[in-house]
Design a protein around this ligand. Structure first.
Ligand SMILES: [Cu+2]
Length: 142
């Protein structure tokens, strides 16, 4: 019985390790829109590990987020960064592009996931950072 339990735990452990939708979100404890963005991810099937940070600026530097692309929260999935209010759809699309080291929605545009304010919709771009450090437009809204 003990052996059976142990093998069951091993199997579920493996399943968890390969769960493609686990994401680590790092945020300031006082950030409300960060919490709303986490809800957006969870509604779209992500499992979120929520990390409260004292110094987001240092965390962004350590994670390799270019300063000019900074937003509020910084997430990490598959060893790649997600900066700011990037949609779940764009995160999933990034997974098909191995050369991208991260995606960013700089600032906090109104109408992005977690930044909803009625019908207001700022135009904004999702920026991809490539392995060589170059940046390109990955997607844009509307
Ligand atoms: Cu925000």
């Amino acid at each position: 019985m003990i052996r059976l339990l142990a093998s069951l735990m091993l199997v579920s452990g493996l399943a968890h390790a390969s769960d493609p939708l686990t994401i680590d979100v790092h945020r300031d404890p006082n950030c409300g829109c960060c919490a709303s963005w986490i809800e957006h991810l969870e509604e779209n099937g992500f499992t979120v590990n929520d990390h409260l940070e004292k110094d987001m600026r240092s965390f962004k530097q350590e994670t390799g987020v270019p300063a000019e692309l900074a937003s509020c929260h910084t997430a990490v999935i598959d060893g790649r960064f997600i900066e700011g209010h990037v949609s779940a759809t764009d995160i999933l699309a990034m997974r098909d592009k191995p050369d991208i080291i991260g995606l960013a929605v700089p600032g906090m545009p109104v109408g992005s996931p977690g930044m909803e304010m009625g019908d207001r919709q700022d135009a904004y771009k999702v920026i991809a950072v490539e392995e060589d450090g170059s940046q390109e437009v990955f997607n844009h809204y509307p």
